[in-house]
Structure formats: C-alpha cells, structure tokens
Design a protein around this ligand. Structure first.
Ligand code: CDP
Length: 353
C-alpha cells in the first residue's frame, strides 16, 4: 500500500517538473522568436520607412555568413501548404488539362478582366504540365541583381539539376564566371521584351532576332500571357510563331494566371502585401518542385555587403519596379534562409574569393 502511495507522489512530482520544463521552454522560445523578428525587421524596413531608416546592408549581409543548414521538415511543411493552395506541378503552366475551350480565364493582375479560351489557343498549349510528377534534387533560381557581379558564382549556379532565370537575362560570355551558362527555365516579359525588343514580331528582322535569341535559352520559355490584357495578343503571336516554325527548344509556354493569383493570396496571408516580383514567384515555384533551392542574384539594395554603391542589375543599371516591395520580399528570403528552407547566396562563391 505505502509503496503505491510513494510511487504516485513521485510521479506527481515528475509531472510537475515536466510541466515546469515545458513552460520554461515555451517562454524562452517565445522570447527568442520576438527578438529575432524585431532584429530582422530592423534590418529590412518596409519601403515607406526606408526613406528615413536606410537598410543596414553590412549587418544584413552578416546573417548570411557561415554554413547553411537545410531543414527538411520545414521544407516539407511549406511544400505541402503550397501544394494545397496552388498545385504547382499541375497548374503552374497553362495546359489543355487545366483550361477548357469557352471558359473565362481571369487575368493575374488586371482584376475583373477575363479572356475567353478559344480552340486556337487550346490547340497550341501542351496537353499536360511539363512539371507533372517531376522533382529535381537541386535547383538554382537566379535573380538579376548586381550582387552577382564579381561573385564568381557561375559554377555554383550551374551545379544545379535545374536552373531558373528571369526575364531573358544575358548569360554566358563575359557573365559566365559570375552567373553561369546553364538555364532550364527562363521567363520572358511579353510587353517589355517580346513587344518592344522584337518589335511585336511584325518585321522579318524582329522575328529573326527573336528566333536567334531564344535559342540561347534551352528548356522552357515561360511567357506571362495573361497577367494583363495588353500582353495576350503579342504572347499568342509568339506562340503561333514558334509553333509554325516547329521550334521545340525552347518550348514556349504560358503562365497560368490562376496559379499566380493563388500563390499571391497564399503569400499575402504570410506577410507579402505587394504583387510578387518574378524572382519571388519563381522561388516559390521552385520550392514545389525542388528538394534543395539555392537563390542567387537577390539583393534589392543600392549598396553591396561592404556598403559600396551597387547597380540594380548585373548587366545594366536598371531599377526596381515600384509595384513590388522587394525589400519586404528579401525579408521573407532571409526568414527562409534562417529556417533552412532555401539557401540565399549573397556573398562571393568559393571560385570568386
Ligand atoms: O521585372 P523584375 O523587376 O521583377 O525583374 P528583374 O529586374 O529582371 O530581376 C529578376 C528578379 O530578381 C526580380 O524579380 C527580383 O526578385 C530579383 N532582383 C533582386 O532581388 N535584386 C535586384 N537588385 C534585382 C533583381
């Protein structure tokens, strides 16, 4: 009888001790989380605060020192959430499977505007998604930031099984050492690129140049045909052109605006209030199809990590599109980096040191 009583009181004490332990761990985790959030928020202020509080780039860059630790559990959780919201592997690209002739496609950016799917469009789309059931072990997503200049990151970028690039950037030649030579997936802007640079493919000269240039980007050439109405005509013209010429590499594909809307809504609920930049959208996409994601060329600041003036692009001065909030996006990238979800490279790579 007494031994039973002794056993239960010892158990009670153990439970109390365990409870106290859990309480202490919870309080410490909460304090750590609050301190982390505040210190990170201080580094990258939202744009409206930046006018008065410049970003401490030197301090910010320090957060990327040391060895990056991949967190498979956090990656799996995020991938599952992204799958539930957006079904990237099936719906990232417009296919005959995710649209029907006669249905109305909602534009990704122009709210309230729709496009009625024609049989001519449907015929030119791939039957199924090129990403269906696919998974790559290592991916590089390459932003166009001048942080890549003199980085020596070309080899590191090209090490990936799959390389994403944004907006038909210059690759190879004098940029090879810093930005690599490979690409599997490249985005093209129908208005600022296909329409303006290739003169809307109206002249023979424009069409020839387009054909020569796109061959530098093997794999998928992703065109955002349904973000705004003004992009649709020229995008369809480009797709007709490559279809007639039987150009299969690169394969020209259209982004699915509903996937963009779903992804935007997901990230809006997770702290990104502005329209996603191309690079951020591609990074989110990569999380769904890659086991390990490495980001390069993301640094939307006018000073480098040594506080020296920095251009916007690695190939020209350029400037950020005001509709995005890239410093806010960068805060999210920093969060991902610290959680072990993606590896953001802002320092020089080994070869460039
Ligand atoms: O058209 P957009 O401004 O979105 O893109 P871009 O200038 O062609 O650069 C491609 C992507 O790289 C952007 O969407 C950003 O996500 C990223 N980027 C960056 O993080 N820092 C820079 N200085 C430049 C671009």
């Amino acid at each position: 009888m007494s031994s039973v009583r002794l056993g239960s009181s010892a158990m009670l004490k153990a439970v109390q001790r365990l409870g106290l332990g859990v309480l202490i761990i919870t309080v410490l985790s909460l304090v750590y989380f609050i301190l982390m959030t505040q210190s990170v928020a201080k580094l990258v202020q939202p744009r409206h605060l930046q006018k008065t509080t410049p970003v401490d780039v030197v301090e910010l860059a320090r957060h990327f020192n040391g060895t990056w630790q991949q967190n498979d559990k956090a990656i799996a959780v995020l991938r599952e959430e992204l799958h539930n919201c957006c079904s990237t592997q099936e719906d990232f690209i417009l296919t005959q499977k995710n649209i029907r002739i006669g249905m109305n496609i909602h534009y990704g950016i122009q709210k309230g505007k729709t496009f009625k799917v024609t049989s001519a469009l449907s015929r030119m789309l791939p039957k199924t998604s090129p990403f269906s059931g696919r998974r790559f072990s290592r991916c590089s997503v390459v932003g166009n930031g001048a942080i890549l200049s003199h980085s020596g990151c070309g080899q590191e970028i090209d090490k990936a099984d799959y390389v994403f690039r944004c907006n038909l950037p210059p690759i190879g030649g004098k940029y090879a050492e810093d930005t690599g030579i490979r690409t599997n997936f490249t985005t093209a802007n129908p208005i600022s690129q296909i329409s303006w640079i290739y003169k809307g493919l109206r002249s023979q000269q424009g069409r020839d140049k387009f054909m020569t240039d796109i061959k530098k980007y093997p794999g998928l050439l992703w065109v955002s045909a349904f973000q705004v109405k003004a992009a649709t005509g020229i995008s369809q013209q480009a797709l007709r052109f490559v279809t007639q010429r039987r150009i299969r590499n690169p394969a020209l594909v259209f982004g699915n605006p509903q996937h963009f809307i779903n992804t935007m809504n997901y990230w809006k609920a997770h702290g990104l209030s502005n329209r996603l930049s191309t690079g951020m959208y591609m990074s989110s996409m990569a999380l769904s199809v890659c086991d390990q994601v490495h980001l390069f060329g993301f640094w939307p600041f006018d000073k480098d990590p040594e506080d020296q003036p920095l251009a916007y692009h690695y190939y020209d001065k350029g400037k950020a599109d005001k509709v995005h909030d890239m410093p806010q996006e960068f805060l999210k990238l920093l969060e991902w980096h610290q959680e072990g979800v993606v590896n953001v490279h802002v320092h020089k790579c080994q070869a460039g040191r």
